[in-house]
Design a protein around this ligand. Structure first.
Ligand code: GTB
Length: 220
């Protein structure tokens, strides 16, 4: 089912990720591409995000937001869930399999992602704070412990629970944030899992679309 109104999402006008598709519009774009739903994009600057017009859409002044008719959403996980519920292809029909796919979305965002976010904060926000050198190995251990458990569960399977689902999409989005750290290489099945997700045509289309924005707004 295509939305009768083409949804609009907000994305960074100039993403600080260097076009690597690590900002939170990426899972939303990917989900929309997986289900074949066209979408429009509105570019916002860091300044725009803190203006009343954007704060009315997103209480925390961030991207992404999602507008579809009279519905406005924020939080990338909630947006992916909404897209997955409204269209076929990202959640299984079987009720139990569907519940498990949703569980993996939550696991990605509330169990796997927190120490990964802590790592980004320590590296990019806390800068050269004196405690950083001591803190990083502790954070990395917490990440490794989650990755080890995830790796054990995934085993030799292609996806977390049968066919590709929104659970995999959100999980791979979270794991991609570790790409530059090299930590994923310690878990070859997780590394292959991320590559499998990135090889999906819908991922490629989403990636290329965000990259096109990055190159257009970074030129000159
Ligand atoms: N929980 C929210 C969600 O999932 O939607 C988090 C949204 C969020 O963190 N948005 C960020 C934002 O708008 C952009 S994606 N930040 C601006 C602000 O808070 O003022 C986070 C992000 C930023 C940069 C990189 N990077 O450079 O690699 C990666 C991810």
């Amino acid at each position: 089912m295509k939305a009768s109104t083409i949804p609009t999402i907000t994305v960074f006008e100039r993403s600080p990720d260097g076009g690597r598709g690590l900002a939170r519009d990426m899972p939303v774009r990917w989900a929309l591409e997986e289900v074949g739903q066209p979408y429009d994009v509105r570019l916002v600057s860091f300044g725009d995000m803190k203006e009343p017009a954007h704060l009315a859409l997103h209480p925390f002044g961030q991207i992404p937001t999602y507008e579809e008719g009279d519905l406005t959403l924020f939080e990338s996980g909630a947006i992916v869930f909404h897209v997955a519920e409204r269209h076929r292809g990202l959640l299984p029909d079987d009720a139990n399999a569907r519940a498990r796919a949703i569980t993996w979305m939550f696991a990605a965002l509330s169990t796997i992602e927190p120490p990964i976010l802590e790592r980004s904060t320590a590296m990019f926000v806390e800068g050269d704070a004196t405690w950083r050198a001591q803190r990083m190995p502790l954070i990395d251990d917490r990440i490794r412990s989650r990755l080890a458990a995830l790796s054990d569960r995934l085993g030799n399977a292609d996806w977390l629970d049968g066919t590709f689902s929104a659970g995999d999409l959100v999980m791979i989005g979270v794991l991609r944030r570790l790409s530059a750290s090299g930590m994923l290489n310690e878990f070859p099945n997780l590394s292959a899992y991320v590559s499998r997700g990135e090889a999906r045509p819908a991922f490629r289309r989403a990636f290329d679309a965000q990259f096109a924005v990055f190159t257009a707004t970074s030129a000159g």
